[in-house]
Design a binder for this molecule. Structure first.
Ligand code: PMP
Length: 414
């Protein structure tokens, strides 16, 4: 079976993977970094660092230009305009900023915020908090037995009271791709704004925020093969004026007087303090790398692998996949599962011994795990460099896990 590796030697592009035999299957947590991104990071420091927008000397102007070019590159990567993109420390900071800079002041008693039951804590706690502060109501829309949004329930939850609909593009536990166009159309009918958490779609699916029609979005560099500590948020152009500066400090001001101050009237008002220039450059380099392969090819490759993985799971006794079990459509390469009678930690340790890295726990989604009826789960999550070989390694270990651990573990976890 042809893989992306047969077409492009991706694993070789990643220094860590090229020199290790590890099957890295924890890409929803963080991705490895390709050499082109490492080179861009090194080149930035080799050519001289500066604090962008804060000097008139040549090096400063050059770095300012690099930083603004990175903004343009990321905007193009996600189908937005540069003036709609602000750099953040990551998805969490982006979502918190959106909640504080826009949503908090828009919400009042009797208003509603709608989220799904599959949200990551980063896109859940902020709305729980904002609702408590405003006296608004948080509505949690369920998913069906297959991990898809329960559309009837969702539809019934949207009304003129709904001010914000906040949801993940892709569930970080179930791998479900939520029907964003439908959500946007319905939400806008009632005047609600849509906040999209793109942490798990960035780098895996082609992303066009203008085409999706969402009002706000956030994503992280470290989930798209760039550095950690950097991310970006999107605010639709005509909503920027309705946002208030959230963090105050250098770089976001217009005039500062002893008694009062005014702030920039563009999206840079949400970028207080010295920006993470090298992080932004790493994201731009990662966007170049990903576009060089093509997001459609990456998505298809991960889809093929996911189909194969789901096939393996259907043959492994006592493994239960949570969410869409039978096919690789409407989902990405995130597959969470439980092994009957074996604690997730023991599953992860057995896989680690076989050179396979996976995540276990609640993946920052405790409410979702409660709805699934499990305390924790194991999660395999794919990236563009994964191979059938990686999955076979995982499947081999999982097939024998109850025999190798069972007698000891079953006593502890009946
Ligand atoms: N949302 C989702 C769906 C995620 O998977 C994650 C990362 N696990 C986040 C938000 C938060 O991202 P970060 O930790 O990079 O801010």
């Amino acid at each position: 079976m042809e893989t992306l590796q047969d077409r492009i030697i991706c694993r070789e592009d990643f220094p860590f993977l090229a020199q290790s035999k590890i099957a890295y299957l924890d890409n929803a947590a963080t991705t490895q970094i390709p050499s082109t991104v490492l080179s861009a990071v090194e080149a930035y420091y080799r050519n001289g660092a500066a604090n962008p927008g804060r000097g008139e000397y040549g090096l400063n102007l050059q770095v300012t230009q690099l930083y603004e070019q990175a903004r343009e590159r990321i905007a193009a990567f996600v189908g937005a305009n540069a003036e709609e993109i602000a750099f953040t420390a990551g998805t969490t900071e982006g979502l918190n900023t959106i909640a504080q800079a826009y949503a908090a002041k828009m919400l009042g008693p009797g208003d509603e915020v709608l989220v799904t039951a599959a949200e990551h804590h980063s896109n859940f706690l902020i709305w729980q908090h904002a609702c408590k502060q405003a006296g608004a109501r948080l509505i949690i829309s369920p998913f069906d037995a297959n991990g898809r949004l329960d559309w009837d329930a969702f539809k019934a939850s949207v009304s003129a009271k709904t001010k914000i609909v906040a949801l993940a593009h892709v569930s970080n536990v179930l791998g479900t791709v939520f029907p964003i166009e439908d959500v946007v159309e319905l939400s806008h009918e009632y005047g609600a704004k849509v906040v999209l958490d793109c942490a798990q779609s960035i780098g895996h699916l082609p992303l066009n925020l203008h085409a999706l029609g969402v009002d706000f979005a956030a994503f992280s560099g470290h989930k798209m093969y760039a550095l950690s500590g950097i991310g970006a948020m999107y605010i639709k152009q005509d909503l920027i004026a309705d946002t208030s500066a959230f963090m105050l400090g250098g770089g976001m001001v217009d005039e500062v007087w002893e008694s009062q101050s005014s702030y920039l009237d563009n999206i840079r008002k949400l970028e207080a303090g010295t920006p993470n220039v090298v992080g932004a450059i790493s994201m731009a380099a990662a966007a170049d790398y990903l576009d060089g392969i093509g997001l459609n090819s990456i998505h298809n490759h991960e889809k093929e692998l996911t189909g194969y993985l789901l096939g393996c799971f259907s043959e492994i006794p006592d493994c239960k996949v949570h969410g869409i079990p039978g096919n690789a459509n409407d989902r990405t390469g995130i597959v969470s599962f439980s092994v009957k009678g074996v604690h997730p930690t023991d599953v992860a340790l057995a896989l680690d011994e076989a050179g396979v890295c996976i995540r276990t726990g609640t993946h920052c989604a405790q409410p979702l795990h409660r709805r699934l009826g499990v305390e924790q789960s194991c999660r395999i999550s794919l990236g563009l460099y994964n191979t059938f070989d990686d999955l076979q390694k995982a499947a081999r270990t999982l097939s024998g896990i109850r025999e190798s651990l069972g007698r000891r573990i079953l006593g502890m976890f009946p």
